[in-house]
Design a protein around this ligand. Structure first.
Ligand SMILES: [Zn+2]
Ligand SMILES: [Zn+2]
Length: 253
């Protein structure tokens, strides 16, 4: 499974893009840095966008993607989210005020975008990939995703604080290759992490006691102001299987 890290920053600063991972060159898992990281031609190849939750840092690239491909796509871009996510995107983003309603443009019969509702623990298929949404613990309803193909599976937790169900399902996977999870704040910012439904190196270390699979744990969503301290703390803690994701890098699982 090919995964290209378009953005793995938990905040927007020069040169660092927000949460966005491109699978097999055409499925975007979250859509923070989507248009910052891709050429126009590459954007035209994105047929599917999965939105894990309503927070802007996970979907702010979507309106600009649709604007860029408007008039140039033969099939609508499919946008996947839970009921809550889709209702929020309709009401607050594609409401004809903040941004046009691309489900009706250029026409209702041949629109630029279509919504597809997904449900927790009901798998759905895009090409060779099967996705299972799994609820995690965040400020707003959020799903992580288990992503499987014939070669194996990876798990993306999206934004979460301490949680249980996703680790249970990870442990039940025979062919898990990697976990992508988050650290937003340094240990010094533990109170902020707790208040906002995120993790620190210490919280992740506790969470990983629930994961029985010995697979690489790749970290995303570091807040720019906490990044250096997080790097130091991870080094001091000597968590062998934990490493920070690299923006722009392609991983083959
Ligand atoms: Zn969030
Ligand atoms: Zn986020």
């Amino acid at each position: 499974m090919k995964l290209r890290v378009l953005g793995c920053s938990g905040g927007s600063v020069r040169g660092r893009f927000l949460s966005c991972f491109l699978l097999e060159d055409r499925v975007s898992l979250d859509a923070g840095g989507l248009t910052n990281a891709l050429t126009l031609k590459e954007q035209q190849g994105v047929g599917h966008v999965i939105v894990s939750h309503t927070h802007l840092d996970h979907n702010c690239g979507l309106p600009f993607l649709l604007d860029n491909v408007f008039g140039d796509v033969s099939e609508p871009v499919m946008v996947y989210g839970t009921h809550t996510v889709i209702e929020s995107l309709k009401a607050h983003m594609f409401n004809g005020d903040l941004w046009p309603d691309f489900t009706q443009l250029p026409s209702a019969d041949a629109p630029t975008m279509r919504f597809q509702e997904i449900e927790a623990e009901k798998p759905f298929v895009i090409g060779d990939l099967t996705f299972t949404p799994i609820e995690v613990e965040h400020l707003t309803p959020t799903v992580g995703l288990l992503i499987e193909n014939k070669d194996g599976a990876i798990l993306y937790t999206s934004d979460t604080g301490p949680t249980d169900r996703i680790w249970q399902l990870a442990n039940a996977q025979d062919n898990l290759k990697a976990v992508i999870t988050e650290i937003s704040f340094s240990n010094a910012g533990g109170a902020l992490a707790e208040a906002s439904g995120h993790m620190t190196p210490d919280i992740l270390a506790e969470e990983l006691k629930k994961l029985t699979k010995d697979v690489p744990v790749l970290v995303t969503h570091t807040k720019p102001g906490h990044l250096h301290l997080i790097e130091q703390e991870l080094e001091d803690m000597n968590l062998a299987r934990v490493e920070l994701l690299e923006q722009g890098k392609t991983y083959n699982f």
